[in-house]
Design a protein around this ligand. Structure first.
Ligand SMILES: Nc1ncnc2c1ncn2[C@@H]1O[C@H](COP(=O)(O)OP(=O)(O)O)[C@@H](O)[C@H]1O
Ligand SMILES: [Mg+2]
Length: 308
């Protein structure tokens, strides 16, 4: 494997604010790399610097061996780009807009095949302006692929998609990776990152808070386990039930959630208490936090809000 993207000490300032504040990372050929982070974290700025759409203030950036600040046509010919908001002419039909963009590339994908790939077969001759938000986004996705690129940048590619369309675009992206394409994306959907990304970088205030596989991130975050159940209805107040727990108890009426560093002991206490009284802990589940929990925990740690 070789690095397709190398970034060292990247900084972008607007006036006195450093919106990208010293990032270093590399992305390997064939990898799907996802940037996560709250609004304003610097995801779009970073990705647009890599695309050559924004100038960096300082740092070193190499993309497919080019410096994107001066790469020009030869470089752009190998990129596929889906911007967070695109500026296409919405009075053209889906097919017309794809034909127009296609002519700008040396390598070209078949337009009808692309339209089918993004699931717009029955909309091919409709004006883009008449499509729903999610359908317009699928046009954007098709535009990103029309030059049969080696490297694909997708800034929030599935925002506004219905669940079926999201699944289809995941299949599409899986298909691109199986062809060896490298994909850099941003998303607010943690399940999307979990499904698609080989590695994830969590950004906060222009810095990389954590980078690694989704599993790495779960390991870096607090590893507390979540025990949930419905509070049994018993005659006596259940103080002796919840008070001895090592974990933090969060209760909404009868729905109880225990977030605990000692799941074995806490579970033993809860279940032996219930068994001794012959009551059922309805809806009992024990789970390790998912990527979303890890993400929120990493951000909280970075914001200095992490609890003991
Ligand atoms: N052209 C600009 N001028 C001034 N500030 C900007 C400009 N573009 C982005 N910013 C600021 O940079 C920060 C990062 O923005 P952005 O990269 O779009 O974040 P994200 O994509 O993670 O939501 C934000 O605080 C945003 O207001
Ligand atoms: Mg953005």
């Amino acid at each position: 494997m070789s690095a397709v993207i190398e970034v060292r000490d990247l900084v972008k300032t607007y006036g006195s604010s450093r919106v990208v504040d010293g990032m270093s990372f590399s992305i390997e050929e064939g990898e799907v790399f996802a940037f996560l982070g709250p609004n304003g974290a610097g995801k779009t700025t970073t990705i647009e610097i890599l695309e050559g759409h924004r100038k960096r203030s300082s740092g070193e950036v190499s993309v497919l061996g080019f410096d994107p600040a001066s790469g020009g046509r030869a470089m752009r010919d190998r990129f596929g780009i889906v911007l967070q908001s695109s500026g296409i002419d919405r009075e053209l039909s889906v097919r017309e807009v794809l034909d127009l963009y296609r002519s700008a590339y040396t390598r070209r994908r078949d337009v009808d095949e692309l339209i089918e790939l993004v699931g717009l077969d029955d909309k091919a001759d409709d004006r883009v302006s008449t499509l729903s938000g999610g359908q317009q986004r699928r046009v954007d996705l098709a535009l990103g692929l029309v030059g049969d690129p080696d490297l694909i940048f997708l800034d929030e590619p599935t925002t506004g998609f219905d669940p079926g369309a999201r699944r289809r675009s995941w299949d599409l992206i899986d298909n691109l990776t199986s062809l060896g394409r490298t994909i850099v994306l941003t998303t607010h959907y943690l399940d999307e990152a979990e499904h698609l990304a080989d590695r994830v970088a969590v950004l906060n205030e222009g810095r990389i808070v954590a980078v690694g596989t989704p599993d790495d991130l779960r390991n870096a975050a607090s590893t507390d386990t979540k025990i949930t159940f419905r509070l049994p209805v018993v005659d006596s107040p259940a103080g002796d039930f919840l008070e001895p727990l090592a974990g933090r108890v969060i209760g909404r009426s009868r729905e109880i959630e225990v977030v605990t560093p000692s799941p074995t002991a806490d579970l033993a206490h809860l279940t032996s208490w219930a068994v001794a009284r012959g009551v059922e802990l309805e809806g009992l589940t024990v789970s390790r936090g998912g990527l979303e929990d890890a993400y929120l925990d990493l951000l909280a740690q970075d914001n200095g809000e992490a609890e003991s």
